[in-house]
Design a protein around this ligand. Structure first.
Ligand SMILES: [Zn+2]
Length: 113
């Protein structure tokens, strides 16, 4: 379900993103982002990842991997881009058939790179 809220998108993303998925909701900073199919597909990939990890384990492992990547790269944005879940979402956001073909726990392939 898509919700447009500049306030909550900023709160959940620490002011850093145009969109964020807090299962089962996709928060968008601006209404116009609803038309950005690639952005919506990216967030839907996160919805699928979260569902496959019973939601709570997705968020815990997302934060832990972010910390691990931050130690690795020493840069907030590089660390974020290299979280396995983000690697999978960015690599496939332009493929609109991706979610219909994707294998269970596909993010696992993106851990090592
Ligand atoms: Zn993402």
């Amino acid at each position: 379900m898509i919700l447009v809220s500049r306030f909550w998108t900023k709160i959940f993303s620490l002011g850093k993103a145009d969109a964020i998925t807090i299962y089962p909701f996709i928060f968008l900073k601006k209404r116009m982002f609803k038309d950005n199919q690639q952005l919506i597909n990216h967030e839907k990939i996160h919805i699928r990842q979260a569902a496959e990890l019973l939601i709570i384990f997705f968020y815990i492992s997302y934060l832990l991997e972010f910390l691990f990547r931050y130690v690795q790269y020493r840069d907030f944005y590089t660390a974020y881009l290299n979280i396995s879940y983000e690697r999978e979402a960015y690599a496939n956001e332009a493929n609109f058939d991706y979610l219909s073909q994707r294998k269970f726990w596909a993010f696992g392939q993106y851990y090592k790179k």
